[in-house]
Ligand binder design. Structure first.
Ligand SMILES: [Zn+2]
Length: 144
C-alpha cells in the first residue's frame, strides 16, 4: 500500500484528520490513512472494479455539489474524504466485520470532529470519513 501524504488534504480537513488520528491512537489503535484523493481516472477504475458506486465521490477533487438556499440562490459545496484503517488489520480478519470496535471508534471520533462517517450510510463504508464546506459566497441561479 502506497503511503498517503496527509499534507495533500485540504488544510481544514487535514486538521480534523490529525485530531481523529490522535484520538484513535490514544485509544490504542494504529490508525493509518489508506486513501485520500483520487483522480477522476482512479475513481472510474474503482467504480469499474465495484469498490465504489459513484463518480460523485468526495475523494475526487473536481466533485462539487449544489445546495439550494431559498428559491433562487445556491451554495457551491466542496468536500474531502479519507479512508482510515488500523494498519494491523486493514479490511481483513477482525476488521472484515463492520461492527469491529475500530470502525465504531472511528465513526464516533470522526463525528466528534465534525466529519460524517460512511458507516452511517445505507451501504456501509466503515473506513470512510468526509466533510463538506462552503468557501464561496452564495450565488444566484439567475443568469446574468
Ligand atoms: Zn472513502
Amino acid at each position: 500500500m502506497a503511503k498517503v501524504d496527509i499534507n495533500q488534504a485540504h488544510p481544514v480537513f487535514k486538521l480534523r484528520l490529525e485530531r481523529i488520528l490522535a484520538d484513535l491512537t490514544s485509544l490504542g489503535w494504529k490508525p493509518r490513512i489508506a486513501s485520500l484523493k483520487r483522480s477522476t481516472a482512479e475513481q472510474a477504475e474503482k467504480v469499474k472494479q465495484g469498490y465504489s458506486k459513484t463518480m460523485r465521490s468526495w475523494h475526487v477533487e473536481s466533485t462539487v455539489g449544489m445546495l439550494p438556499v431559498g428559491r433562487d440562490r445556491f451554495n457551491q459545496v466542496f468536500g474531502s474524504a479519507a479512508d482510515i484503517i488500523d494498519k494491523r488489520y486493514g479490511w481483513a480478519g477482525l476488521a472484515a466485520n463492520k461492527d469491529f470496535k475500530f470502525w465504531k471508534d472511528l465513526g464516533r471520533v470522526a463525528k466528534k470532529h465534525g466529519c460524517s462517517w460512511g458507516g452511517d450510510w445505507k451501504i456501509k463504508d466503515v473506513a470512510h470519513v468526509e466533510m463538506h464546506y462552503i468557501e464561496m459566497p452564495t450565488q444566484s441561479t439567475a443568469i446574468a
